[in-house]
Design a protein around this ligand. Sequence first.
Ligand SMILES: [Zn+2]
Length: 113
Amino acid sequence: MTHSLSCPRCGSQHLTTRDYARKAGRAVGTVAGAAGSAAAALGGAEAGATLGMIAGPVGSIFGGLAGALMGALLGGAAGCAAGSAVGEQIDTHVLDNFECNACGCAFSQQHLS
Ligand SMILES: [Zn+2]
């Protein structure tokens, strides 16, 4: 499948993808998602605490923790996926994502068509 690609300079098919933007996007997305869900996490904590109140003060603490944790985890995972998808687009369309193992030249998929 990857054999359809070859280096525009030397024609070698020994290529690697660099995925710089994808990796960066994933990291940034995870942090941004977790941070962005802080408000939602607080809302979850509140809801969890309210529900936990039924089970008493201890239930309130655990309910709050569980709600906050769930919010942060979900936000981080969503941010990671979104950042990865955005980074992949940048890799493919903006950066020279392919690197030739034979001559070291970098190029993007667009140059091949
Ligand atoms: Zn090459």
